[in-house]
Design a protein around this ligand. Structure first.
Ligand code: ATP
Ligand code: MG
Ligand code: MG
Ligand code: MG
Length: 476
């Protein structure tokens, strides 16, 4: 089954269960300043869950464009390292707004997976929130999943394992306990079952999360009960496609095979000779072209703050991976055509914006190719010394003079098992900011502070405010 057929099957299945098919919302949330990018199907229904907004339907189903490259859900550093994470992916979801609850949600999920997608039952594992006996009993007694494949998971307070069966969109907003469905890709893949110490492998892959929306978490951390308990689910299209196409990696599904082929061709045309089709860098490039293109479609352009800076960081990471493979001239923008061919039917806005997306990326590439070579020489010099940590001054110089976002520098270093002194980087950055301030010559641009949403930007507050040189608005 091709990814596009899986998407259709999912939507039609839930339509047959009385759900309204609703279009994906943009990846840039129009009216939610607490959110950097749309990170789940439920985002566009946030106010419906909270009881502030009413819809003419109480059940909905979507295929939602999601970006997880900042904020609470950030998978940027997983790309190229796991078989299951993307910065951009499609989340298939079904939603109940005060309509059905745990019993029906679990039964629908099981029916779709085992009867329509025909997944072998003994390869499916489920997790439930540790205190949720109701969900446990539905899985065990109603659906018939044996106890040895049901795992109770807490809210990860100890931080020992990755699993966390309490889902939150961000630091505030609708949230609740969840139950997750995992697929066992088999012993040839490394990794342990959910809840085990080696669960962070690619053997047991989480395919579907069913969240029982019961609370609204406000800024003071208080959990308020929602007017009506609801359901919010999310299944990664690329992950279920891998299962149904009998491959163990999202990067081997139909849509990615095309993108990786186009990435290889583009890199080779730009100077990379005989690129290995299995190179992790090609996966990164193929992933990043999706995230970059869909954010540009929704109006973001590369810049030095907020969303524009996230876009720039993703684009430059991709460009650096192409550079690593031998590209010496712009190549990244050339992959947009293949992406539009792959996804333009499901997302016509992509096709409509294809020329603009290509141009914006080309301009960003032309800019970065002016400094990447010199920057890489400096970084290679620092690494050649056999250091275990690149110092903050070097990272800052790369950032300030050569346009290397610090996470890009860290990405290069990670490949060599080296870290970056991020505290030292911050010190250098603050020093420059102070110097500029003392000079009394500048004023921070109004939009830079993102007042009121800083909590949603964990880890990026410092990146949102770039050096004075880059983002300050000089006023004489
Ligand atoms: P994981 O633990 O694998 O990082 P998650 O628990 O963070 O996933 P959820 O927030 O529960 O993911 O999102 C619902 C579903 O979306 C997941 O079950 C998975 O199928 C899919 N998904 C989540 N993150 C990604 C990603 N970065 N790339 C592709 N699919 C994803
Ligand atoms: Mg995750
Ligand atoms: Mg998870
Ligand atoms: Mg999950």
């Amino acid at each position: 089954m091709k990814a596009s057929e899986i998407r259709d099957t999912f939507l039609k299945f839930f339509e047959s269960k009385g759900h309204q098919i609703v279009a994906s919302s943009p990846v840039v949330p129009g009216d939610d300043p607490t959110l950097l990018f749309t990170n789940a199907g439920m985002n566009q229904f946030k106010d419906v869950f909270l009881g502030f907004d009413k819809r003419p339907y109480s059940r909905a189903t979507t295929s939602q464009k999601c970006i997880r490259a900042g904020g609470k859900h950030n998978d940027l550093d997983n790309v190229g390292y796991t078989a299951r994470h993307h910065t951009f992916f499609e989340m298939l979801g079904n939603f109940s707004f005060g309509d059905y609850f745990k019993h029906d949600a679990i039964s629908y999920a099981w029916e779709l997976l085992t009867e329509h997608f025909k997944l072998p039952k003994d390869k499916l594992w489920v997790t439930v929130y540790s205190e949720d006996d109701e969900a446990y009993d539905i899985w065990n007694k109603v659906v018939g999943v044996p106890a040895e494949r049901i795992v109770r998971i807490g809210d990860n307070k100890g931080g020992r394992y990755m699993s966390d069966n309490f889902w939150m969109m961000g630091d505030t907003g609708p949230c609740g306990p969840c139950t997750e469905i995992f697929f066992d890709h088999g012993p040839e893949v490394a990794g342990g079952p959910p809840g085990s110490p080696d669960e962070d492998g690619d053997r047991y892959i989480e395919i579907w999360n069913n969240v029982f929306m019961q609370f609204n978490r406000t800024e003071d951390g208080v959990m308020h009960r929602l007017p009506k308990p609801s359901v919010d689910t999310g299944m990664g299209l690329e992950r279920i496609a891998a299962v149904l196409q009998h491959v163990h990696s999202n990067y081997e599904i139909d849509t990615f095979v095309g993108l990786i082929g186009a990435s290889k061709a583009a890199v080779e045309a730009a100077g990379g000779a005989g690129v290995d089709a299995a190179s992790p860098s090609l996966k990164v490039i193929a992933d990043h072209i999706r995230a970059c293109s869909f954010t540009i479609v929704d109006g973001v352009i590369p810049g030095n703050e907020g969303r524009g800076y996230v876009l720039r960081r993703i684009a430059r990471r991709a460009i650096r991976h192409g550079y690593k493979l031998g590209a010496r001239t712009p190549f990244f923008h050339k992959i947009v055509a293949e992406l539009a061919a792959q996804m333009g039917e499901a997302y016509p806005e992509l096709r409509a914006a294809q020329a603009r997306v290509t141009e914006v990326l080309k301009a960003e590439e032309e800019r970065f190719f002016q400094t990447i070579e010199r920057g890489m020489e400096i970084l290679e010099g620092a690494l050649a010394a056999g250091t275990q940590q690149v110092d903050g001054e070097t990272a800052f110089k790369l950032h300030d003079t050569y346009g290397f976002p610090v996470d890009l520098t860290a990405d290069v270093c990670r490949e060599r098992g080296v870290t970056v002194d991020s505290a030292g980087f911050e010190v250098a950055m603050n020093r420059q900011r102070e110097q500029a301030r003392a000079a009394g010559k500048f004023k921070m641009a109004a939009g830079l502070e993102y007042s009121g949403v800083a909590t949603a930007f964990h880890g990026y507050e410092h990146l949102a405010c770039e050096t004075s040189k880059v983002v300050a608005v000089y006023v004489d």
